[in-house]
Design a protein around this ligand. Sequence first.
Ligand code: NAD
Length: 358
Amino acid sequence: MKKVLVLPGDGIGPEIVSQAERVLAAVVAKFDLDIETSHGLIGGAAIDATGKPYPEATDAAAKAADAILLGAVGGPKWDALDMAIRPEKGLLAIRSQLGLFGNLRPALLYPQLASASTLKPEVVSGLDLLIVRELTGGIYFGQPRGIRTLENGEREGFNTYVYSESEIRRIAVVAFEAAMKRDKRVCSVDKANVLEATVLWREIMEEVAKDYPEVELSHMYVDNAAMQLVRAPKQFDVMVTGNMFGDILSDCAAMLTGSIGMLPSASLDQAGKGMYEPIHGSAPDIAGQNVANPLATILSVAMMLRYSLGELAAADAIEQAVVAVLDQGLRTADIATKDEQAVSTTAMGDAVVAALNA
Ligand code: NAD
């Protein structure tokens, strides 16, 4: 029996996660899988119920689970809270508590959606890149950090960009292993012309590359990488980078594909246990309207079945069902062109379940 902990979170989280759960239930029935799901609180929903964004009960359930399916956290309701107990802290806490250091973010352009991208179809059609982002280190976690008052009375904000050799090495291994299953090219993104921490990053990437002679390693400064992603994104196979650069570049890569609502992600520990979530946030602007695109979360279920639960046929079936609904012309508002009639979150979920059972 495999245990999946479901954490719907805030905003559109519960809406999209409930569609993803219907899809999971459909593959469990179709493939006779031995998977049990339970639910927990995280983010603003957890703050409202317990005062904490990542309560002990959620931590215990997450540690006992084989995989976690997350919606999204955060929203204006909690924006005025102290930074230490904001919903987003729940996300950082679960990633670091579970040692989920390896974030895999595929950016795949479905040919059916080429016109939804803001870039010219010839620039993006056929795009298939994987961003491997380090998730538990770097400036988002580095100490010391804070806002202090200087002797002259002026306040100063400060953070620390820090990476140890072992942190760099293990994310490099994730990237090279992923590249071995793809086009065998890794582009490491850093700012080695300015930041010493990334000089070390570059050195370790070179060292790990020696263990993967078939993989071609290149380096790129993050400013150029941002430019190249919108100029000629098809040049990339696997991009590996630190926490902050990966955060920014992966959202940019997401938009190349037409919608942030289409992209799943996996965050893995060293043993392959993982948390799976759409790359987008809680979208408070559309929450509660039944218009959010549930496909990123549904595709996150496919990644979960593939990377943590070992159910490859079920994962493939979900991905094929998503292709089928796109072929049928179903589009939520975020991926509909102005001539296309948008369908609701639940209608998209219905269609994926129907395609799975067809
Ligand atoms: P967002 O990703 O929530 O939304 C950005 C834009 O994309 C919005 O216009 C939104 O409507 C749209 N969008 C996002 N997901 C969509 C979907 N599935 N279907 C259709 N449209 C979709 O980012 P934001 O507005 O910067 O942040 C909103 C809140 O989410 C904030 O509180 C932020 O901290 C939080 N956040 C959480 C996560 C997470 O839980 N992993 C990630 C990013 C942001």
